[in-house]
Design a protein around this ligand. Structure first.
Ligand SMILES: [Zn+2]
Length: 332
């Protein structure tokens, strides 16, 4: 898909452009390799195409003009994904474009394969996904990444980006219990909880804050990908400070037009591409990425974060992690 800037986007950019630093490290980018599925590409993914590395980089230049961008790419986990083909694709795409990548993993994946991919210079971690668990919506962390696989990440000091299962995301007691145990046992892993711990609405991060704050003294981080609620960010920034937050976009999801909306204790992504959005006046939805950064900006103001804190979130924290990982590999 090719995002084009409309009037509403330009208006938001005039507000957020001032706070977006010159350097950006995007911790959460997906590429969709069309040959990376058994059979045809799943229908819901078609709206994102083309989403190969060239399209992704081109689109990043459109939506973040005059910025130096880099980041971590990964594939698209799905039950019909051919993970080896996708990993080959993102590995070579990262190498060709000076980027880093997370290897997609599934519990049954061979340890030797993962060892070999972990040794690649551009490989900075693993991206397991709940869809590979027996009960994807009610899985514990070790149902979608085995301890043997976590051990490999720990040995190389890699990132594991976790998209938590269970309706209550990070506030689910079993998720907190798993995270507590695993982050204590595997201290060299950079645990990245995607989507602010899958807290698209404030309730979950609010309920988890006390417990999570204690855990965040360990090697745990939260990425901002596809969260569009300013209250979520306000809680995250004020509770955890600027050092453990990583800017991520969830490209290509962030190129949709719309946002994540809370309904009771649930949430849904409502976008022009997937829903008909009607009101008594014409609704002009903006790019989801701009909604995200607009929400972040509101939270920056509320929590008093200025450029030094904002730069940490947009690139300095990520750069530190990458430096540690690449240095660790040199010594291995
Ligand atoms: Zn994602």
């Amino acid at each position: 898909m090719k995002p084009e800037l409309r009037e509403v986007d330009r208006k938001i950019w005039s507000e957020i452009g001032q706070i977006i630093p010159e350097n950006i490290f995007d911790f959460h980018i997906h590429c969709i390799y069309e040959g990376g599925f058994t059979g045809r590409i799943p229908d819901p993914l078609k709206i994102y195409l083309p989403c190969d590395i060239e399209a992704v980089l081109d689109n990043m230049r459109t939506v973040l003009p005059e910025r130096k961008t880099t980041g971590i790419i990964t594939g698209w986990p799905a039950i019909t994904a051919d993970l080896l083909k996708q990993n080959d694709y993102i590995s070579s795409s990262a190498a060709r474009n000076n980027l880093f990548f997370l290897a997609l993993t599934a519990p049954q994946m061979d340890a030797r394969y993962l060892e070999n991919i972990a040794k690649k210079r551009e490989c900075v971690g693993f991206k397991p996904y709940k869809c590979f668990a027996d009960f994807p919506e009610d899985a514990r962390i070790t149902d979608y990444i085995t301890e043997k696989q976590i051990e490999i990440a720990d040995h190389y000091g890699l990132i594991i980006t976790i998209h938590l299962s269970k309706r209550a995301g990070i506030s689910d007691p079993l998720n907190l219990e798993d995270l507590d145990r695993l982050s204590e046992k595997y201290r060299s892993v950079f645990w990245n909880l995607a989507h602010c711990g899958r807290s698209f609405i404030p309730d979950y991060i609010e309920n988890a804050a006390v417990h999570l704050k204690r855990l965040m003294k360990r090697n745990i981080y939260l990425d901002t990908a596809a969260v569009t609620d300013n209250e979520v960010f306000t809680i995250v920034f004020s509770e955890f400070g600027p050092d453990r937050i990583l800017y991520g976009s969830d490209i290509p999801v962030s190129f949709l037009r719309g946002r994540c909306v809370g309904f009771g204790y649930d949430w849904a992504f409502i976008t022009e591409e997937t829903h008909s959005i009607t009101a008594s006046f014409p609704v002009k939805p903006a790019l989801l990425l701009y909604e995200q950064i607009k929400a972040m900006n509101k939270a920056f103001r509320k929590t008093g974060f200025k450029m030094p804190e904002i730069e940490k979130i947009f690139f300095r924290n990520s750069e530190k992690i990458i430096q540690k990982i690449t240095k660790g590999k040199e010594h291995d």
